[in-house]
Design a protein around this ligand. Structure first.
Ligand code: ADP
Ligand code: MG
Length: 700
């Protein structure tokens, strides 16, 4: 049972003052799992991704370019778009005693402009000045204020990842309310650790993280962020250790197959297994056959051939008359796994089914019944698999395709669907060797560190965005010859609307050249719409897929050979690597074009160089760690590591080591967490929802 002291944090965001039913829905969409409600803790762990610094008030002539500034200026002239140029922007000329600039409004509402920027009026205008055609202009100022408005403008404002309809000010208000409701929690960290690392108390850290007063407060190395990361890491290390200690003692069942199905599958393959695949399978079969519970991680880069390894493990379990389940993080991925597993497994007589949240109630009931009766050998699905009303006939193996989405909790939940279920976790997140053991401390691990032979390396080039015309011309030639290509537009979390607008605009541009061959895929689409677009791309009806980063997770179309990434400088190394991994899957020569917009920071330069030099995910992960260790503040959030909300294993590697050592010491001294600090640590485990670990603790 969660301690009462945490109750305010696990209350609904909807119950906070100032959060109405409509806003509550938006928070649910932003912060909670589908179908669940956002809780105060979800809100508090949703940290700002940026900060707007409005403390600079320069004169127009002295204002730096491309930096947030607030200028005081008098409105001189309204330059309306004329006649057939009605789609041209509405420009407003403003000046101060040092110079003038144009404010530029696309699709402007003229009434609003007349009202907010009357000719002769003096206003405080906040935004970024840029140079365009040699003239200085400010496109879409983010604030136009009179003196009274300026007095209310905070000099620093946190910027949060949002969802359509949700505005920053709602998040600011809600986080403010949430922070005042923060209970006084006992200190769970060792005081000497806090002192040595100059880390604040938990409550102070939350406030510091939510109310940054400079861009440096967003750095993972800022004390507030470090403190929160350390808390999460300590909770996770404690949980892992508790789980591992328990698992080590857990009896398993011997799932020792006779090989008849797996040999049949293997000999039907058009290729032979790599030695890395053979080693992983030998590990897995040894685990399956032992009377101990299996909990094994298969770590393998995109394209390293994890599917066949999972398929053969499932076949071994089927040989013992038991079922297997594979859980994937998204509908698209579950479907894809199903489509790849079925042709491998069905020819030897295994019955494979797909279970997702999208089935009709009657279909789901029928499938549940078949699974319960043992008429299905392998079930592939999403979270729907861990629903409480699904009962297996005899589940022997749970495979979790992690793709950095699930945590220990879900692994355990699926594992608890049967008696002594063996668990296999597959991940394509390249984790530096130096971190793998700690990050997945509860598991044994096998690495698929060798790619199947015959792959042609992907030719990767970086080009300035100004050469986009050449890229389009190249695509025209390639598509005319039947090629298929991805075009990725980056996600800027601060503003999902702008992202979407950028992707839609790009798709519209490209349609001028490629017509109906262009498909558009983005995160705001319904599942069925996404499927339709993906299917069109798979069939080749759409040959150029414009997408936001939703394609990052595991879309597989072997015919696609070209990947264009716009604003490549905004992506982290791991993301670039994952994205590029979408091509180079078939036999054709593949290429990846990284379009960047300069000027590039040193780190961005280094990232683009590394990604051009190597396709080795493990090496890329090490380099990523090295670069990020240097404390770069990333404009876009990196894909997180399994189950972490506040910590970032590459940026917080040092804290991870601290947490690991501390967890070890704690459990050696106080294995039941019954001392004063032990009790505080239980609160910590509940706070980070490592409840399962506490349950194990109680069970002894
Ligand atoms: P992952 O899931 O690890 O990204 P997949 O399992 O999808 O990789 O494998 C990628 C491709 O490689 C698939 O088309 C698969 O058929 C093929 N493949 C897997 N193992 C081998 C192998 N040993 N030799 C040749 N091709 C292989
Ligand atoms: Mg076993």
């Amino acid at each position: 049972m969660r301690p009462d002291i945490l109750a305010p944090l696990f209350g609904r965001v909807a119950a906070l003052p100032g959060v109405g039913p409509k806003t509550a829905k938006l928070f649910d969409r932003l912060l909670a799992r589908p179908g669940a409600e956002a809780r105060v803790v979800d809100l508090l762990f949703h940290l700002p991704t940026n900060v707007v610094d409005r403390s600079q008030r320069p004169k127009i002539a002295e204002a730096p370019m491309d930096t947030m500034v607030v200028i005081k200026a008098t409105v001189v002239e309204h330059r309306r778009p004329q006649g057939r140029f009605a789609r041209a922007p509405f420009r407003v000329l403003v000046e101060d005693e040092t110079g003038d600039i144009e404010l530029v409004f696309f699709l402007a509402n003229p009434d609003w402009i007349e009202r907010s920027l009357p000719i002769g009026g003096t206003r405080w205008i906040s935004g970024r000045i840029e140079l365009y055609d040699g003239r200085r202009q400010m496109v879409h100022p983010d604030r136009v204020l009179d003196e009274a408005g300026l007095a209310r403008l905070p000099p620093f404002e946190a910027v949060y990842g949002l969802t359509e309809g949700l505005q920053t000010r709602y998040v600011l208000r809600a986080t403010e309310e949430a922070m005042t409701r923060l209970p006084a929690l006992p200190e769970w960290q060792e005081p000497s650790v806090l002192a040595a690392n100059k880390l604040p108390a938990f409550a102070e850290a939350l406030r510091g993280a939510h109310r940054p007063e400079s861009a440096s407060a967003l750095s993972p190395q800022h004390p507030a962020r470090q403190r929160l990361a350390l808390d999460e890491l300590l909770a996770s290390q404690l949980a892992l250790r508790l789980v591992r200690a328990k698992m080590r003692r857990l009896p398993g069942r011997e799932n020792r197959g006779d090989g008849r199905l797996s040999h049949a599958i293997e000999s039907a393959l058009p290729y032979s297994l790599t030695s890395a695949q053979q080693r992983a399978l030998a590990d897995i079969r040894a685990d399956l056959g032992s009377d101990k519970r299996m909990l094994r991680l298969v770590q393998g880069d995109v394209g390293s051939g994890k599917t066949i390894v999972a398929a053969l493990a499932m076949a071994s379990v089927a040989e013992c008359g038991r079922q297997s389940a594979l859980m994937a993080p998204t509908e698209i991925l579950a479907r894809q796994h199903y489509e790849r597993l079925a042709p491998l497994l069905e020819p030897v007589g295994l019955r494979v089914a797909l279970l997702t949240g999208r089935l009709k109630a009657s279909e789901r009931a029928a499938l549940h019944a078949a699974i319960g009766a043992g008429e299905i050998d392998v079930v592939v699905g999403t979270h729907a698999l861990v629903q409480t009303d699904l009962a297996f006939h005899d589940l022997g193996l749970a495979v979790v395709d992690e793709q950095h989405r699930f945590g220990v909790q879900q692994r355990l939940a699926l594992g608890s669907k049967g008696e002594a279920v063996d668990v296999l976790v597959m991940t394509a997140t390249p984790i530096p060797r130096t971190l793998a053991l700690t990050a997945f401390g509860d598991m044994d691990s096998s690495a698929l560190d060798e790619k199947p032979p015959g792959r042609t390396p992907i030719s990767t080039r970086a080009l300035p965005a100004s050469r986009i015309g050449e890229v389009v011309a190249g695509l025209q030639r390639a598509l005319a010859q039947g090629a298929r290509a991805y075009w990725v537009c980056p996600l800027v979390e601060e503003n999902e609307d702008l992202d979407l607008a950028a992707a839609e605009e790009r798709a519209a541009d490209l349609r001028r050249y490629f017509g109906d061959a262009v498909g558009l895929l983005h995160g705001r689409m319904k599942g069925s719409e996404k499927d339709a677009v993906m299917e069109a791309f798979q069939r080749g009806d759409a040959r150029l897929l414009v997408a936001t980063t939703v394609i990052e997770v595991g879309v597989d179309v072997p015919e696609a050979t070209i990947m264009v990434i716009e604003h490549a400088e905004r992506f982290g190394l791991a993301q670039l690597h994952q994205l590029r991994g979408r091509v180079g899957r078939g036999t054709g020569q593949s290429s990846c074009l990284l379009l960047y917009k300069g000027p590039l920071s040193e780190t961005a330069k280094a990232r683009l160089t590394i990604i051009r030099q190597t396709e080795d995910g493990f090496r890329i992960a090490e380099e990523d760690l090295r670069l990020r260790g240097e404390g770069e503040i990333l404009g876009t959030r990196q894909a997180g590591m399994p189950g972490f909300r506040l910590a970032d294993l590459t940026a917080h590697a040092r804290l991870l080591a601290i947490a690991r050592d501390d967890a070890e010491l704690i459990l050696r001294r106080d294995p039941e967490l019954s001392s004063e600090r032990g009790k505080a640590l239980r609160v910590l485990l509940y706070l980070f929802e490592r409840d399962e670990a506490i349950r194990l603790l109680r069970a002894g």
